[in-house]
Each structure stands twice: as C-alpha cells, then as structure tokens.
Design a protein around this ligand. Structure first.
Ligand SMILES: *Cc1c(COP(=O)(O)O)cnc(C)c1O
Length: 394
C-alpha cells in the first residue's frame, strides 16, 4: 500500500495526505478510486499550464527521444532560446543562469550579489537585507535568507552570516549600512500569506537602491511566469531589478530555476555551475510552457480567467464573512484570511473531502494557486465544492 511504502522508505519531511492521484486533466485530478478533485493548488504554483498538458508532453517526448542531457560544457540550443525568450518577455536587457529549483536560483542570485559587493566596493560589501514573512528556500543559505525565525532552527546551525530582516519596506532605508550589497524581496509574499506590496513603495525603493548602487533582487519563484497576470510581477510593478529569480511555474512541472540579471559580466567561467541546470529536457519544456502562456496572455484569456476567478472568490468571501476577514493577492495568486488558524486547519481537509484542493499560507491564510489555464467550469465547480466545505464546518 502506498501509505506503508511511503512511511517506510521516504524520509518524513512533509505531513502527507495519502491520496493516490493517477491522472490529471487541466485543473482536475483523479485518484485511484476515480474520485475527481478540482486543483486550486497547481502543485504549489508549478503546473501553470495544467495537468497532462498535451503540447508540453509531446515537446518533452520528442526532446527525450533525441537528447535529454549533455552537460553545460557544450552549448544547448533550447537553453539559449529560453534565455532569449526570457529577455524578450521581461522586456529587460538580461541574461540567465539556469538551475533546478527556486532555492538554487536564489543561491545563484546571492552569489552574484556577493561577487558584486566584493568587486565593486573597496570594503567588500556582503550583507543582504530581506523581509520578515518572506520565503526564499530550504538550503542552508536560503533558509537563513528567509525572514521567519521558525525556519532558523538551531538544529541546522551555524548559518552563513550577512542576512538581516526588516518588517516593512519602509524600514529597509534605515537598516542599509555601508556593508549592504543587496535587498532581496518578493513582490507578493507567497508562503508568508499572499501579501502584495504597494507599487509606489516598491518603485521608490528600486529608485533609491539604484542611486546607492545597491542591488535589488526580486524573488519571483512564485510570482513569475504569468502568475500575477504579467510575465513577471516586476513587469506589473514596472521596475527593472538587478536580479530576478524564477522557478515554480516556469517548467510546467519539470524542475527548472532561473537567475536572470542585467549584470551579465559578474559571473565568469568557474564562478558557478550546475550539472543538470538548463538541460535539454527542462529548457525545451519551459520554452513550450512560455509559448503557451504568452499566447494565452495575448489572446486575452489569461486576463478573463483572472477576472472570473476573482469574481467567484469575491462571492465566496462575501457569503462567508463569519469565516474570512480579508481577500488578498494578485492575478491567480489569491488568498482569504481566515479568522483563526484552527478554522483554517478544518477548512483544508474538509475541502479535500468535498473534492477541491487548497493550500495554506502563513498562519491563517487560505491560499489559492490554480493552473493559469483553469476553465470556467472548473472554477465554478471548485468554488461550489469550497462553499460546501465551508457550510460543513460552520
Ligand atoms: C517556493 C519558493 C522558493 C523555493 O523554491 P524551491 O523550488 O522549493 O527550492 C523560493 N522563493 C519563493 C518565493 C518560493 O515561493
């Protein structure tokens, strides 16, 4: 049985739900009992173009029937094309390093910042300021970059030096010192509670940092690849950061991360690398995912889906003000603040029983990250099931 196998042979790092999913079609999943579920999680913002996407599957099959991997010692055509596509879609003069995950992308960004600090300032600047309630990954460095003390367990100490945390964007100005080399933030804090920052505040910060020669790193691991309605949340906020990281939605489920920067000459051969990063498999998948999403955006369908999803979410919110206190988020990265954590802890399993998958963020936010290609029928059905779940618990 899956549960026994998993418990015996897989390390216990996640509280698991022992469902056994067998098939997915867009935003609908089927388990081994043929029960169907509407997926409002897209594997935590990963399956951006839906489950079982035929175009992506065909692209991957064709690619792996030829070459899956050859190493970064040789030029890789789909990798170069993906770099070009990212530059074009971001409308920035950038080049990209490809990794395998979000945490690795952030590691790469921090390495660029450290080398920039080492070479551009006489006093070898190295400090990076991040925000409380942020999330930047699970490696020893990115866990330390994450501004949540619960993540800095003494079990894994010592951590690298040079990270400090501010509560608000406004506080960053006062904590910059002459060793600060970069500020790293999300534009919508995902794990922290689906909390978007104000556009004017971000634009002002970006302008200030540019004047000081301090790098702005935007962690778009969750917000990137059209999640907020534009290719990058940085496009939506109309800023030009020094470094942007992407991962989750970029490969449609194939592991890939990206460190995107306007500082094309800081890394030299030998400074950074990855065995798997940017191989034929992941970059051919990501090229196809971005082509699909670019067309979807240009046809107006992404905006339509965002508006329709928000309409149904607003209805659910207004019909359940005894449970929810606020509606938050941008694009298809949405949340409802639940009056308390206990109630949220009841909503998630009850929604699962009713056949809709939802996520938690922060202490008390119900988080919704559907595939960007979710259909109107799936949205209707998902919200119907979520309303049923709420009726059950209240
Ligand atoms: C998920 C996430 C990460 C970590 O990505 P992994 O692929 O799990 O390493 C980093 N930053 C943000 C904003 C994320 O949402």
């Amino acid at each position: 049985m899956l549960e026994q196998l998993d418990k015996e042979y897989v390390l216990h790092t996640y509280p698991r739900n022992y469902v056994n999913f067998k098939k997915g079609i867009n935003a609908t999943l089927f388990d081994d009992m043929q029960k169907d579920y509407i997926d409002f999680t897209s594997g935590i913002g990963v399956v951006s173009v839906g489950h079982g996407n035929k175009e992506v599957a065909d692209t991957i099959c064709t690619q792996v029937n030829n070459i899956t991997h050859i190493s970064n010692l040789y030029a890789i055509e789909p990798q170069a094309k993906l770099g070009e596509k990212i530059a074009k879609l971001s409308e920035m003069d950038v080049a990209t390093f490809f990794s395998n995950s979000g945490a690795e992308a952030n590691e790469g960004a921090i390495k660029i910042a450290r080398k920039y600090g080492e070479t551009k300032f006489d006093n070898k600047r190295y400090k990076v300021i991040t925000l409380e309630h942020s999330f930047h990954g699970r490696t020893i460095t990115t866990v330390k970059a994450t501004g949540q003390s619960s993540m800095h367990s003494p079990n894994f100490a010592p951590y690298p030096d040079g990270f400090s945390y501010d509560n608000k964007i406004d506080d960053i100005y006062n904590s910059i010192d002459n060793e600060t080399v970069a500020v790293m933030i999300e534009l919508v804090q995902g794990e922290g509670g689906v909390q978007p920052f104000k556009k004017e505040d971000i634009q002002e910060l970006a302008k200030f940092l540019k004047k000081q020669g301090i790098l702005l790193i935007i962690d778009e691991v969750q917000t990137g690849a059209y999640r907020t309605g534009e290719f990058l949340a940085s496009n939506l906020y109309e800023i030009q950061p020094d470094i942007i990281t992407m991962a989750k939605g970029l490969g449609g489920g194939v592991p890939i991360g990206a460190v995107i920067t306007t500082h094309k000459d800081i890394f030299e051969p030998g400074d950074h690398g990855s065995t798997f990063g940017g191989n034929y498999l992941s970059t051919s998948a990501a090229n196809k995912v971005l082509d699909i999403l670019d067309n979807y955006k240009n046809s107006g369908k992404l905006d339509e889906t965002i508006i329709y999803f928000d309409k149904k979410l607003t209805e659910l919110f207004e019909n359940n003000t005894n449970i929810f206190t606020n509606k938050v988020g941008l694009g298809l990265m949405k949340g409802l603040r639940v009056k308390d954590a206990d109630t949220l802890a009841k909503i998630i399993p009850t929604a699962f029983e009713e056949g809709v998958l939802v996520l938690k963020a922060g202490k008390n936010t119900l988080r919704l990250l559907p595939p960007l290609t979710i259909s109107k029928e799936e949205i209707n059905e998902g919200f119907k099931r979520l309303a049923n779940a709420l009726a059950k618990i209240s």
